[in-house]
Design a protein around this ligand. Structure first.
Ligand code: ADP
Length: 487
């Protein structure tokens, strides 16, 4: 019998014996950029490799985008905009629906490649990333011809070419978050996936090609920071949508200051997950585990700071440690894996750097005894106990499976500590009392707050942050606005 554990990221999961296999998918050895409906070689002939972080094996060569490639893509998007912006909304919706359905039909292949390229457990890519990506296309297809109802008494028109830059933690899902609202509202796009996880965006390009979406409406350029910068600085772009680090977000803000480009930034986070003494403790422990270990903690809204009310702190920590002993770290393609591979060597080095800092700052480190594979990039789930507000591991985003634990006595003290952070993206509240949920959630300075659950996403709910977590919202009705001129 396989070991069945209860990490409830999704309760519909059926456990099976065999791991998913890379035999189910077909990868090309080399991928060009997707410009004007075709895959084309990079202007400078340069490629970089994308690897599987679970075994360091090369998966494919990927085109390295230069300013010339970006320019070609922007020209294609501009040309595409001329007809796409005038295409009747109902027609636009048909294409977007078609892309959604095609993603569903190919979800298994997408899930396997997402896990191979990024390291996330197949259970997550199959049950969360890919279905949610399809759901975003469905959701925004639905709005395409209903903008008059979304914004009554106002005239909504598209804005032009959107430059979209996405991170490596949810590669297909972030592409869907960005592309779906943009094209449903009549804009065209130039999107760049992150350099460590380009494959599912390129598979999406194939789906888009097969869907018959007119040429130039979606263009996908691969490359690293320089390629992103060429998109940000291209004068033919009307809007920048960026998800990534706060550091790069600030560079982008500076780069476009003084231009009339619009922008939305979804940046880092250091969310507080607050457990009150009246919470259902076992559920809260599952919520803590999900909050920080989902996707190896590579989640901007991860519940990476835990605040436990003092009277139940010993109990919660004991249960949390017991639960961590049951977590399986390993092969992302194995359906029983809870924690997959760290996305890249650079990211693993960053996490290890913070583990050292935590120990040197005097926090008590706890890791379960689980085995980790020899090859590839791995990190055991980690707790830091007895943390202080001033610790760097409490203040700075680690973006890994590392949880900083603190306690509090009163509700007000919990809120004050939770808000003591430069970030403001998300938070969690665990209590039996509805009134406490309202009080705490209205006082937390964070864009998304979950009560008695964590990391639940839906295309209809807006997502975004305050303070250093960025500006603007994606998802829901709010997610349409950055792509529209409203008169
Ligand atoms: P992380 O530090 O988590 O890798 P980044 O913010 O560096 O996150 O990366 C997010 C995305 O931003 C990636 O697609 C990356 O290539 C891109 N990027 C990095 N530097 C720049 C830049 N200066 N301008 C535009 N995009 C950038």
């Amino acid at each position: 019998m396989p070991k069945v554990n209860t990490l409830n990221f999704n309760t519909d999961w059926q456990y099976a014996e065999a791991p998913e296999s890379s035999d189910h998918v077909q990868l090309e050895s080399r991928y060009g950029h997707f410009i004007n409906g075709k895959f084309v070689a990079p202007a400078n002939g340069r490629y970089f490799k994308t690897i599987n972080p679970a075994n360091e094996a090369k998966l494919a060569d990927i085109a390295s985008g230069s300013a010339a490639d970006v320019d070609k893509a922007v020209r294609a998007a501009k040309k595409g905009y001329k007809t796409w912006s005038r295409t009747p909304a109902k027609e636009r919706a048909k294409y977007v629906y078609r892309i959604a359905r095609m993603l569903q039909e190919r979800s298994r292949e997408f899930a396997v490649i997402e896990s191979m390229d990024g390291g996330k457990p197949i259970r997550e890519s199959k049950n969360i990333d890919i279905p949610l990506a399809a759901a975003h296309f469905f959701y925004y297809a639905g709005w395409a011809d209903k903008l008059d109802y979304a914004f009554p008494n106002r005239r909504a028109s598209s804005i032009g070419v959107a430059g979209q830059i996405i991170p490596w933690n949810f590669p297909l899902l972030m592409a869907a978050w960005k592309i779906a609202p943009a094209i449903a509202t009549g804009n065209t796009v130039v999107l760049k996936p992150a350099e460590t996880t380009p494959l599912t965006a390129l598979m999406l390009a194939k789906v888009i090609q097969e869907s018959g979406l007119p040429d130039g409406v979606v263009n996908i350029i691969t490359g690293a920071g320089k390629t992103g910068s060429a998109i940000v600085n291209h004068p033919g772009i009307q809007k920048i949508a960026f998800t990534g680090s706060t550091e790069v977000g600030k560079i982008i803000q500076k780069a476009i200051a003084g231009t009339n480009k619009r922008y939305t930034l979804e940046l880092g986070g250091k969310a507080a997950n607050i457990i009150f003494e009246d919470a259902a403790i076992d559920q809260a422990v599952e919520g803590i585990i999900n909050g920080i270990f989902f996707n190896q903690g590579h989640v901007c809204c991860a519940g990476s700071r835990l605040f436990i009310q003092e009277s139940v702190a010993d109990l919660v920590i004991r249960k949390l440690k017991d639960r961590m002993e049951t977590l399986i770290v390993g092969d992302p393609l194995d359906k029983n894996t809870d924690i997959g591979a760290i996305n890249s060597k650079d990211q693993l080095d960053k996490i290890k750097y913070y583990l050292k800092i935590g120990v040197n700052e005097g926090a008590e480190m706890y890791q379960p005894s689980c085995r980790i594979p020899q090859k590839g990039y791995w990190c055991r789930p980690t707790l830091f106990l007895n943390c202080a507000q001033s610790h760097r591991i409490v203040q700075e985003e680690i973006f890994g499976p590392v949880l900083a634990v603190q306690t509090f006595r009163t509700v007000d003290e919990g809120i004050e500590k939770a808000n003591n952070t430069p970030y403001g993206l998300s938070g969690g509240v665990w209590t039996d009392k509805g009134s406490k949920i309202f009080k705490v959630s209205s006082k937390l300075r964070a864009g998304v707050i979950w009560a008695n659950t964590y990391n639940k996403f839906d295309p209809s709910s807006p997502f975004g942050g305050y303070k250093e977590s960025g500006m603007g919202r994606e998802g829901g009705l709010h997610g349409l606005m950055p792509y529209l001129e409203l008169n």
